[in-house]
Design a protein around this ligand. Structure first.
Ligand code: OFO
Length: 177
């Protein structure tokens, strides 16, 4: 059956499939953070839960932005399946170590995607990807700042409670930006 939009597009099949891979990664990020937020809430780390619930929303926006781009470029964005989520952490620090590790992995994936777009001369998608490059730099920085709280305040005594409070304040500050 003919569709309303033309099948002809400059978007290469290989690029479309790499963009869809990134859709999956953003979807995974969203639910990864949702799972972490829920863990924090059940442990009483309400500042961290707030930060991570907000992040859940942000990652969904990142996924949606890609979905709309793929479809507008004449491709077919595929809603991702989310499997193998992690539900348990040994400590708040362990959880935020995973956040930084995950953000670094996402940055690498984004850089590889941007590199691919450049090499096949898809400058429209390359330009579109610049937003993600900048966003990842910010997100990695935030994750590192949070880990600094653990170094500076330390988890001794009321330390973890204070760290959680600072993470909640950081979540508020990011929202106002
Ligand atoms: Fe999608 O911004 Fe980080 O992961």
């Amino acid at each position: 059956m003919e569709t309303l939009i033309t099948k002809k597009t400059s978007l290469l099949g290989e690029t479309e499939s790499k963009l869809n891979k990134q859709v999956r990664m953003e979807g995974l990020s969203a639910f990864y953070y949702l799972s972490m937020a829920s863990w924090c809430e059940t442990k009483g780390y309400l500042g961290s839960a707030k930060f991570l619930y907000d992040h859940f929303g942000e990652e969904q926006n990142h996924m949606m932005k890609l979905i709309r781009y793929i479809n507008e470029a004449g491709g077919h964005a595929l809603a991702p399946e989310i499997a193998n989520l992690k539900y348990e952490y040994t400590s708040l620090k362990d959880l935020f170590d995973h956040v930084l590790e995950h953000e670094i992995a996402v940055s690498r994936a984004i850089n590889n995607l941007a590199d691919h777009c450049f090499s096949v001369k898809d400058f429209a998608t390359f330009t579109f990807m610049q937003w993600y490059v900048t966003e990842q730099r910010e997100e990695e920085n935030i994750a590192r700042r949070i880990l600094e709280f653990f170094d500076i305040i330390t988890e001794q005594g009321q330390g973890t409670w204070e760290i959680d409070k600072q993470i909640g304040k950081l979540a508020e500050a990011i929202k106002k930006d």
